[in-house]
Each structure stands twice: as C-alpha cells, then as structure tokens.
Write a protein that binds this ligand. Structure first.
Ligand code: ASP
Length: 358
C-alpha cells in the first residue's frame, strides 16, 4: 500500500499535546460531493487545514498519513487490518498516540480486530469518523476529529496516557472499540456500547469513567499477529430457517468457526435436524460461538431448554460479546500459529471484549 503524508507542527516545541499519527483510511469524514459524478468521493487530504483550521490550535505534532486510495469501509478486509496494525507498530516509538479516521459502516469490526492484533498496546488508538462529510456546514467530522485528537493526547498527573486501548470516539462518547456497534445510519449518535459503560464523555470538559478504562500497563513493547483466518461465518437464526440453509453453511469447505446469532439469552430451535447439524459440524472440528441477536444482555447457555443441548454438545458461550468482536476474535484465534486451544481462547475474555458470567 502507498501513503501520502502531511505534517502539522506544534506551535510550542514538543507541544503539550505530544505527537499523534493520524491514519486516514477513507469513509464519509474525508469525502466531498462531486457534482459532476453526483456522488461523494474522497477529498484531497492536503485541504484538511483549510477545512479544519482549529487543528493547529491543539498544539500537537500531528502527522497525517493517508492511504493512497482511501476506501469506503464496506471494502475493509483483514489484510487492511493487519496493515493498519503494522503501521502502528512501525511508528509505535515515534508517536505518543494514534488516531484512525475510518468509515462508520465497519468501524466496530476494525476496532475489534485491532484490539486483538495490537498485542501489548499501551498507547491510545482512537478511531473516529463522521456521518456528514467534512466540507458540509453541519458536519460532525470536525468535532469528532478534534476531540479524538484531544483524547489521544490526554495524560494523567503521572504523565501516563489516560487511554491505552483501542477505542471509538463518536458524538461526545468514547467507547471501548471491541464493545461498540454501529446503531444508527442517519443520526449523529452512530455508535453505542450496550454492555459496557462509556469510557469518557466530552462535554464542556472531558469526564473520564475511570473504573471502566483499562489501566495503563507501563511502556510495553508492541507485537502484531500477522495472520487472521477468514474461514469463519455468521449463521443468523430466524424463525423458519430451513435445513438447506444451515446445512450448506456448515459444509463450506475449509470453514473453521461459526458465530451463531441466537435468540434472547442464547436460544435456538430444538428441532432434531438443527441440533444434529450443529453436532455434526462440531464433530468435524468446527467451533460454534453463541452470540445473542440482542444488543444488551448476555448468553446464558442452559438457562432455557432451547439452549441446554447446545451447552452439552460444546457450543461456546459468547457471554455478552458483540457480533463484531466475536467474528474478529475467531479470525484472530484461528490465525494463531502453533498449537493453541482455540475453544479455550474463544471462551475467555482476551481484550475486555466480554464480561464473564459469575
Ligand atoms: N459508507 C461509509 C463508510 O463506512 C459511511 C461512513 O463513513 O459513515 O465508509
């Protein structure tokens, strides 16, 4: 991949805001309306300072790095996640923090994937985007970007970063990345985190929700896992789902894992054909991860008769994980080299993506 970079230097030497690497991947935030084509197209990032002159007042050393061909986030792929993680790793000791400008459509997937890939992260990585392009008068892009930059450079009294995990900042709220979901395609409050409290709220001042923020682990070194296994699939249940649908998905050649999107607290039909198909898939070595279709609450395998057999056959509970964090967790776990107990890793909390039932 190729990149274009621009730099904004802090007015004061080594500006109090520290140094930030901003990685622009694409999405609405950086788009302009091209009347000739009648559509939104990526804008030339060199015009950024014209669009957001306030950025110079943050007193940070900011380097912007843009993918040569910014993408709509619907085209994001595991290779891009690994590339983003590698960009962060290559620049890890040159910058105090990282901000990723990303389309909103798949931002929760990218944030989840990065939370696993960036092993040992102890600096802020904040993703943000916008519902309206930066050039539009009512755009949310300026506020989202400026506050994400401010959050990225926030330090406590010991000089440690306030945030040292992968987050999404949007519409006044900082959320844990692997707990976030895009909930809204029109209003400005595009993201929510139903099962985990917000990490910070930006009003007149920024209020941090300290008990819920991952503590700073000290200046650790960062490593990036270089492989994500895409041989995973979602199976979203619906009343009336037919045997051929379930059968064909379970027989996809090379498939290693299924995120089973179940009803309520992890429930599914008890029809013998359905349970037999799941059992046969498990016997062939396919892991099944049970995630609820409800945004809030958790999977509670065995609570109802409609989930007890799944518990007995070895379906793994996704607890209160989001579908986005579940599918990327599978890609990450299956991407590990050497002998690993994938079902054990899936069942346990790795990067704050799920809370275990007691
Ligand atoms: N389609 C755009 C994207 O996700 C939407 C957005 O940026 O909000 O890339």
């Amino acid at each position: 991949m190729e990149y274009a970079t621009i730099k904004i230097e802090a007015e004061t030497d080594g500006g109090p805001g520290g140094s930030v690497l901003v990685i622009y991947t694409g999405g609405t935030l950086g788009m302009v309306f091209e009347s000739r084509k009648g559509q939104l197209v990526p804008f030339n990032f060199e015009q950024l300072i014209d669009k957001v002159p306030e950025i110079c007042r943050l007193n940070q050393d900011i380097t912007f790095l843009s993918l040569k061909e910014p993408i709509d986030s619907s085209n994001i792929a595991p290779e891009v996640w690994i590339e983003l993680a590698n960009i962060i790793a290559r620049n890890y000791f040159h910058y105090d923090s990282f901000v990723i400008l990303h389309g909103t459509d798949t931002m929760a997937y990218t944030a989840s994937a990065l939370s696993y890939l960036l092993e040992g992260l102890s600096k802020p990585v904040i993703l943000t985007g916008a519902q309206l392009p930066i050039g539009v008068a009512r755009s949310d892009a300026r506020e989202n970007m400026l506050t994400a930059l401010e959050l990225a450079s926030a330090r406590n009294e010991r000089g440690e970063p306030m945030i040292s995990e992968v987050c999404i900042y949007f519409n006044s709220y900082l959320l844990r990345g692997n707990r976030s979901k895009k909930q809204e395609s029109s209003d400005f409050d595009a993201f929510h985190s139903a099962n985990y409290p917000y990490l910070a709220k930006a009003g007149v001042s920024i209020e941090y929700n300290l008990p819920y923020i991952r503590p700073f682990k000290g200046r650790t070194s960062l490593t990036v896992q270089q492989h994500l296994d895409p041989n995973v699939a979602f199976l979203k249940l619906f009343p009336g789902i037919t045997p051929p649908v379930v059968k064909s998905l379970c027989h996809i050649p090379g498939l290693r894992g299924i995120v089973l999107e179940t009803f309520g607290a992890g429930n599914a039909p008890t029809a013998p054909w359905f349970l037999d198909e799941l059992q046969a898939a498990i016997n062939r070595g396919i892991l099944i991860f049970n995630v609820s279709q409800c945004d809030g609450g958790r999977v509670s395998l065995g609570r109802y008769q409609t989930s007890r057999q799944m518990l007995e056959m070895g379906v793994i509970s996704g607890e209160d994980i989001t579908a986005e964090a579940a599918i990327t967790k599978m890609m990450y776990v299956f991407g590990k080299s050497g002998k690993v107990d994938s079902s054990k890793l899936l069942a346990q909390e790795m990067e704050g993506e799920m809370s275990m039932s007691t």
